[in-house]
Write a protein that binds this ligand. Sequence first.
Ligand code: ATR
Length: 269
Amino acid sequence: SDLYAVFGNPVAHSKSPQIHAAFAAQLGERVRYEAREAETDGFEAAWQRFVGEGGRGANVTLPFKQQAATLADRLSERAALAAAVNTLIPGDGELLGDNTDGVGLLHDLQRLGAPLAGARIAVLGAGGAVRGVLGPLLAVAPQRLVIANRTAAKAHELAALFKAHGAIEGGGFEALGEGFDLVINATSASLAGELPPLPERLIAEEGVAYDMMYGAEPTVFMQWADARGARCHDGLGMLVGQAAESWFQWRGSRPDPEPVLARLRAELW
Ligand code: ATR
């Protein structure tokens, strides 16, 4: 069977082995997918060992996404834009670094019927997770895309970096405005059970709220949005979506994320 892995530290909690095992079963392909913990300063050595064992490709998670970008001989356009690699693809004498996070989010938003083309979209946060999804979000041609962050300067910087790719603005939460069709939370505030200071009418009537985080309970952001009438979703579908896109890049076949997501969801609750 073909060998793949996810590298991280820590990595034991990763759901990727389970997701890819489900893809393999669904498609009837013989694949072995392992979680491998690398030392913080030992990512390259762990990768070389893995290749020596016949490894065909890998996912990379925290804290190795930048190191993976350095290790790769070439970056896909979306990985270069994201300045991070979550998927390594060994090819003809060169190692390609790709980033499937943004496409994973996009596919999940499409699956959910979220407003995209022509929509007013707000993204909360300006960290690595946001940088990875701005390219694919701008590619759907929203009417406007606003990045809001606690540290406004970081939102301004990201907006400047992506302005060649579409209509994008950055600022602090106080400058957000209101009436967005889609609001995506990518702050790590959720993890701490905190909520950024958001305008009461941030989300338009019948708008969609999406949190990149997920858990057994709706996040505080989802609860806040639900109380204001929004349709709410967490980021579990994005996780399965990025996995499906990585699988496609390695193997050329397309898993159906829906049943895999349903099973993960059932286990989470
Ligand atoms: P990630 O890779 O998940 O994006 P990150 O790069 O550490 O992680 O970014 C974390 C994001 O969450 C940042 O946008 C951060 O805001 P600052 O840039 O101002 O630090 C945001 N964040 C974290 N805790 C927050 C909180 N309590 N309220 C609002 N924003 C928060």
